[in-house]
Design a protein around this ligand. Structure first.
Ligand code: ZN
Length: 313
């Protein structure tokens, strides 16, 4: 079995939770699958979006930190998140995004595949990647949001672009540690296919990117998936053998994780597929109530008083 099986989730920093919810659930039509708080800072939200269950490979998550400065996507950061959509839906998406006031650029990926590039309300770079209807995305259980045609629904991640201060060292982490395979690409980037998803589930390491600044509108970390805890602990041993700064095992309640800083500057996480977001609320009402882990449940009143109320679009 490969060390990891592709992307698990992508976590970014946002400025305003309501604008974030309006955009990801309202405009992009993802399901808000978990409304909880940052485990390390329980007075701020942690919002998770994804397919009907927020399955690994579909989960886009945000820390909306009030008062955080604007960031600048750049070198040493994961950069642009690519969502998979059926190739025939790109015209519909272009119209939908434009009518929501989103500035959209038509582009091509390194493989020549069509791409719509845009930014979220905080300036986070995003793209919709048109994939053939047959194998598009990895979500078997998409979420049908109002106003989104069934043939347009986002099917999870297609891939993402990365930028490294030490591209050779990052390449070794991606290939030798995580099991990605380097593929043919044009001069602008190095391309890697995921161990399980192949060419439809990729990472692109861009060259010549200007230095970035952390803050809202930037990716905080990228998580790669492993099936379960034994696989996570096997990866932890390997990460430690590579002598990268590492968190050890962390219980994130919806999954177990190991975080490490790769030599090119990016924060990577390895996270288990289980138990997932139905561990504390039923599938049909995911995301509706504020869910708190036991350690924070005693502070619920104070936490709820400090968090801004959110209205579902
Ligand atoms: Zn994470």
């Amino acid at each position: 079995m490969s060390p990891v099986t592709g992307l698990h989730h992508i976590t970014a920093v946002a400025a305003n939770p309501q604008l974030n919810l309006d955009f990801y659930a309202g405009v992009l039509g993802l399901r808000l699958v978990k409304k909880t708080v940052n485990q390390d800072d329980p007075f701020t939200y942690h919002l998770y979006y994804g397919d009907a269950l927020g399955r690994p490979g579909t989960a886009m998550t945000f820390f909306p930190f009030p008062g955080v400065p604007a960031g600048q996507p750049g070198r040493g950061q994961p950069l642009e998140t690519h969502f998979a959509v059926p190739v025939g839906s790109l015209d519909g998406w272009r119209a939908r995004l434009a009518s929501a006031g989103v500035d959209v650029q038509q582009a091509s990926a390194a493989t020549g595949a069509p791409l719509l590039r845009f930014r979220d309300p905080d300036g986070l770079p995003l793209a919709l990647m048109g994939q053939s209807e047959a194998g598009v995305g990895r979500s078997a259980d998409t979420w049908q949001a109002p106003g989104i045609e069934p043939g347009m629904v986002i099917r999870g991640f297609a891939g993402m672009t990365l930028s490294s201060y030490r591209p050779d060292a990052t390449t070794r982490v991606l290939t030798e540690l995580l099991g990605y395979t380097e593929a043919q690409a044009d001069g602008g980037c190095r391309r890697f296919n995921s161990p399980d998803g192949g060419a439809d589930d990729y990472l692109e390491l861009l060259r010549d990117v200007a230095p970035g600044q952390p803050g809202y509108g930037t990716v905080h970390h990228v998580a790669f998936r492993v099936p379960d805890r034994p696989a996570l602990l096997a990866m932890l041993e390997r990460v430690q053998a590579w002598r990268m700064p590492c968190s050890g095992e962390v219980d994130r309640f919806y999954f177990r994780s190991v975080y490490f800083r790769e030599p090119g500057g990016m924060l990577f996480e390895i996270a288990t597929d289980d138990p997932g977001f139905t561990v504390d609320e039923p599938a049909q009402s995911l995301g509706e109530a504020l869910m708190l882990i036991d350690a924070h449940e005693g502070m619920r009143e104070t936490i709820e008083a400090q968090l801004p109320r959110l209205t579902h679009p």
